[in-house]
Design a protein around this ligand. Structure first.
Ligand code: ME8
Length: 515
């Protein structure tokens, strides 16, 4: 019952064991940009995000704070929900894994895996990282100088020994390898695909999927002494969110997901465990799992103890929402690690947004408002330069579409800002202010071409800088139905005679506050 026009995209669901940080915000912003892009491109988009409330990490934090895990989950989930709102995210739902619907979905997928003969009871003994909520083989761990044993992500591991249900992951190696080979786009970017393939090639062990030493989790159906391993229920959120187990539900048309957007530290769960669980339960597999990189503060890992954790609410307040969104997506190639610094963000705001796009729009539209009776002029014959500029602008969607479908957000933004840069050179060379006296008709043509470039750029950047793009499109008197990708290109040029009032500035400069 898959709707061919559907586009289902998700973020990871965050552990609400503390306040949201910039890493969480980065993932939400990027996913929102992709969701908006597909919506503008006419897709039936469903965008899910939320919080992952179970597991030992949540329980330990709650114990330290002297509250219950549920209280911790509720309090911090509210902050995560407020964050995605503050970031301008257009998510259709915000799931919390404490919800009844999610218990139902998790127990159902468990039953289907059990019915398929993939679950058995035994006892587990081995290394576990609470911080990663992950089991590790001994050879993946090392004892460091401080005498503590660490897992591959640099978090401490502890010895766990308890009765546990196991999932027969060892039987899925061949099927997973076949999946990666037959669907090379299943994992992106390529470094992560290689990493996962070599992990699976190395041989898979059965996976412990329940715990008995605490009860903060989804009860295992038929054996309530056990709660599910947090990753079993966490991954299931992606199907809970679209109505599972009700396969007649209206929302189920969105499954399988088109893209799960996650950070690189959790690729193994999404590209190995998740497809294996789904194969076992007889459910269709997501089309793509894409892992973005990590954000650092001036090259340093952010941590509470270093006191350099960046608060997303503070960033929005300091730099503005559109500015924050643009900065992270333009500065950091999506999929690679990146850095945040005040200097870098101010430079992007003032150079790319205020100068390149903002100034070009203000100068050209002000000239139209003042010198063309406040309406878009009727252009004369296009010169070679005019035509080249328009052609380059018309071609943008054909660059952005494949880039965005591969999560190469930076490629799309580079292409758009390359056109903005060209348009600035064009405007400077054509000197419409000088043409005003010498050749007013030619001035009209240059201003028309510039306004048309701004129209198309504004339509495209609605996904990244929605507030400013709205101002630009208001300045161009564009109707709501004309603000979609269908209206890009030569077939839908700015109509001469369109009212162009004195423009409202879209991208203010960042000015350092007075000491
Ligand atoms: O992993 N830079 O939750 P989480 C960029 N609950 N991304 C970062 C980051 C950073 N500094 N720190 C974290 C979990 N992330 C699980 C997910 S999904 C079924 C369950 C990313 O709160 C991280 O990679 O630790 C992940 O994608 C997301 O933030 C939530 O991390």
């Amino acid at each position: 019952m898959t709707d061919r026009n559907s586009y289902y995209i998700t973020t990871a669901i965050s552990y609400p064991n503390g306040a949201p940080h910039i890493g969480h915000a980065y993932e939400a912003i990027a996913t929102d940009v992709m969701a908006r892009f597909q919506r503008l491109d006419g897709k039936d988009v469903y965008f899910l995000t939320g919080t992952d409330v179970h597991g030992q990490k949540m329980l330990q934090t709650a114990q330290k704070e002297g509250i219950t895990a549920r209280e911790l989950a509720d309090r911090n989930s509210d902050r995560f929900e407020a964050m995605v709102k503050a970031l301008g995210c257009t998510n259709n739902d915000f799931i919390r894994t404490s919800q009844d619907r999610h218990y139902k979905a998790s127990q159902e997928i468990w039953k289907r895996m059990a019915d398929n003969g993939d679950i058995y009871k035994d006892s587990y003994s081995g290394w576990y990282s609470v911080r990663d909520e992950a089991y590790y083989q001994e050879d993946e761990t090392e004892v460091r100088e401080d005498g503590v044993r660490y897992g591959p992500q640099g978090t401490p591991v502890e010895w766990v020994e308890e009765e546990s249900y196991f999932f027969k992951l060892s039987e899925y190696g061949d099927r997973l390898m076949k999946l990666y080979e037959e669907h090379p786009d299943f994992i992106g970017p390529n470094e992560r695909r290689n990493e996962v393939m070599s992990f699976v090639k190395g041989g898979l062990k059965d996976l412990s999927i329940s715990r008995t030493t605490f009860d903060w989790g989804v009860p295992v159906p038929g054996d309530e002494k056990h709660v599910m391993y947090v990753w079993v229920d966490a991954l299931t959120n992606y199907i809970t969110g679209v109505g599972f187990p009700d396969e007649e539900a209206e929302l189920w048309r969105h499954w399988p997901a088109d893209a799960h957007i996650i950070g690189k530290d959790i690729i193994r769960f999404h590209a190995v465990y998740w497809p294996a669980f789904l194969m076992s339960a007889g459910l269709p597999l997501p089309k793509r799992v894409f892992a973005h990189g990590f954000l650092f503060n001036k090259g340093e890992k952010m941590s509470k103890s270093l006191g350099n954790v960046i608060d997303p609410f503070g960033l929005i307040e300091t730099y503005g929402l559109d500015q924050t969104r643009y900065f992270f997506l333009r500065e950091v190639p999506f999929g690679k690690d990146g850095n945040y610094s005040h200097e870098a963000i101010v430079n992007r705001i003032n150079a790319d947004l205020a100068n390149d796009l903002g100034n070009l729009a203000s100068r050209s539209l002000s000239m139209i408002a003042k010198n063309c009776e406040g309406v878009a002029p009727t252009p004369g014959a296009f010169s070679a330069e005019d035509q080249a500029m328009l052609d380059q602008t018309d071609a943008l969607i054909e660059i952005c579409r494949p880039a965005m479908s591969r999560q190469e957000i930076h490629v799309a933004l580079n292409a758009i800002w390359a056109v903005v840069g060209e348009a600035n050179r064009y405007f400077a060379l054509q000197e419409p202010w000088a043409l005003k006296k010498t050749d007013p008709e030619r001035m009209g043509t240059v201003l028309y071409v510039t306004a048309e470039i701004i129209r198309q750029v504004a339509i495209l950047v609605q996904c990244v800088t929605p507030t400013a793009a709205e101002k630009l499109l208001n300045n161009l008197s564009q109707a709501a139905e004309d603000r979609v990708f269908d209206k890009l290109g030569a077939a839908h040029r700015l109509a001469p005679g369109t009212v162009i009032p004195k423009p409202e500035p879209a991208f203010p400069r960042y000015v350092e506050p007075e000491e």
